[in-house]
Write a protein that binds this ligand. Structure first.
Ligand SMILES: [Zn+2]
Length: 79
């Protein structure tokens, strides 16, 4: 049987706990990097003249429908 002093056993226990916490921190950092928040930079526009729906970048104020070529401005609510 392996004889172990109380101080050595406690030290090994603390080292295993720190290694486990370190592994959880690395896993959490990896998950946050892989599945982080991303803001949408596009808006959905529904054309009023035809049934076309398309995406427009957020900063664009005037856009033409790619199907019927009608102008749509941002003054009206897009979606
Ligand atoms: Zn259209």
């Amino acid at each position: 049987m392996i004889s172990l002093a109380a101080e050595s056993g406690f030290l090994i226990y603390v080292l295993f706990m720190l290694a486990g916490l370190g592994a959880l921190a690395v896993r959490d950092a990896w998950r946050a990097h892989a599945h982080g928040w991303q803001l949408s930079e596009e808006r959905v526009v529904h054309c009023e003249d035809c049934p076309c729906t398309y995406l427009v970048r957020r900063g664009v104020k005037v856009v033409r429908c790619p199907r019927c070529n009608a102008l749509h401005s941002r003054r009206r609510r897009w979606s």
